[in-house]
Design a protein around this ligand. Structure first.
Ligand code: ACO
Length: 388
């Protein structure tokens, strides 16, 4: 479209350095890095010392002594109870009807988000979110994801065996038979490790939505949307393809040096917060070591890890780059037989406990989250007269 001479004269003047309303200039932190936006008693990520605590308890001990049901209850209520249990529940009819309608090419993360959305439309959970709402949604989500996986493969969904754990019930509903107990236990450990991690992008999204007095289903839909992004929930799948590409440990050194020289990121290494070995990686490595089917894969993974850490130490001595959780998450998720495109939504199933715990906590603070932006657009000017 041609530009009129009048439009040509309307180029924007420079923005004022700081408007009267913005004085004095406040600090600006791109990506909110370093900004404390909430107080929480749910979890503590100690990046300097490689510690992760859920309500004060170290993640390694929770994996050893807990179950996901017990850990979810701890996150929601602060109580560590032997009787706490979370069994899989059948997919409610309105949610199942929606899953039947989805095309088979639907991304499983979109299918899970849709299931949570329909659950919200059906149950109409009120604000403030409650522990009962959190339990119901967390128990329903694995059944919905498993049902979608079967439907997209032309199989009928199967009802859950309520005697199984949530992770075991997820495997049973995926495969149509009760799982090997060791696989169910390994996935339960993964669920514990993935349950909570401070004010990461998806948890922050969840808290922002709840802070408007919106409902739990809307907040969790938003959180799933944030987790879908490859910078947040996509790394373990890439760890698998990376190890396939390397092939054998004796090719690792050349591969790693070339990748770093090209400026590529080595998946499963580095973290924004941790400057020590990620405690979740240590916990999941232990779990993977207990999985007999993973021995050969793990042998390669451990040898490649040693090479990567040595090469990082040599080429990037000023930056502490250690193994992160996704490296050994890939081993566990593969070991229990999950297809790679179910890795991100399985992470979402685990994080459901943490998201809802933060939602409950945010609602009790009842403070709208509403940061400011620094205005960098044009200064105030008159609207040009264009005529009618
Ligand atoms: N491979 C190669 N170089 C790396 C890696 C890596 N995995 N991680 C960090 N570095 C290098 C960067 O190249 C950069 O080097 P330079 O200063 O010489 O340019 C330096 O370390 C700092 O890296 P940043 O990306 O700026 O660090 P940041 O804290 O922003 O990034 C991140 C953290 C995104 C996790 C990064 O380490 C990464 O991309 N890792 C690979 C992907 C991955 O495994 N993600 C899962 C993280 S765990 C989770 O989200 C649950």
């Amino acid at each position: 479209m041609a530009t009129t001479s009048e439009e040509a004269t309307t180029s924007a003047p420079e923005a004022p350095a700081a408007s009267a309303a913005q004085k004095p200039e406040r600090p600006y932190s791109p990506g909110l890095e370093g900004v404390i936006a909430a107080e929480t008693a749910v979890g503590f990520v100690d990046g300097q010392n490689g510690r992760l605590l859920y309500r004060g308890y170290p993640i390694g001990q929770l994996v050893e002594k807990g179950t996901y049901g017990r850990v979810a209850e701890l996150l929601w209520t602060g109580e560590w109870r032997k009787s706490a249990r979370l069994a899989p529940v059948p997919v409610p009819e309105p949610v199942m009807c929606a899953l039947y309608e989805l095309p088979s090419h639907t991304h499983p993360m979109d299918a899970l988000r849709t299931a949570v959305s329909v659950w919200g439309a059906w149950r109409r959970p009120h604000w403030p979110p409650t522990v009962d709402q959190a339990r119901e949604l967390t128990a329903m989500a694995p059944s919905a994801l498993a049902a979608f996986h079967r439907l997209r493969n032309g199989l009928e969904p199967v009802p859950p065996n309520p005697k199984l754990s949530l992770a075991g019930g997820f495997l049973q509903q995926l495969n149509g038979k009760d799982p090997d107990p060791a696989a169910a236990r390994a996935l339960d450990a993964y669920f514990i490790v993935g349950a909570e991690h401070g004010l990461n992008a998806s948890t922050f999204t969840c808290r922002v939505i709840i802070s408007t007095r919106s409902d739990l289903a809307s907040a969790v839909c938003g959180a799933i949307g944030a987790l879908k992004g490859p910078l947040h929930g996509g790394a373990p799948a890439e760890v698998v393809s990376q190890l396939h590409e390397i092939g054998s440990p004796d090719r690792a050194e050349k591969w790693v040096r070339e990748a770093i020289a090209r400026g590529d990121k080595i998946m499963g290494f580095g973290h924004r917060v941790y400057r020590a070995y990620d405690p979740r990686a240590a916990a999941l490595r232990k779990v993977a070591e207990g999985m007999s089917d993973m021995a050969a894969w793990l042998d390669t993974a451990v040898k490649v890890e040693d090479v990567v850490l040595r090469v990082f130490g040599e080429l990037k001595p000023d930056r502490v780059i250690k193994t992160n959780v996704e490296y050994y998450a890939a081993a566990v998720l593969q070991g229990v037989g999950l297809p790679v495109d179910l890795f991100p939504p399985t992470f979402a199933l685990a994080r459901m406990a943490g998201w809802s715990a933060h939602a409950i906590e945010q609602a009790s603070a009842d403070k709208l989250i509403r940061p400011d932006a620094r205005y960098v657009g044009p200064a105030e000017m008159d609207v040009p007269t264009l005529g009618r």
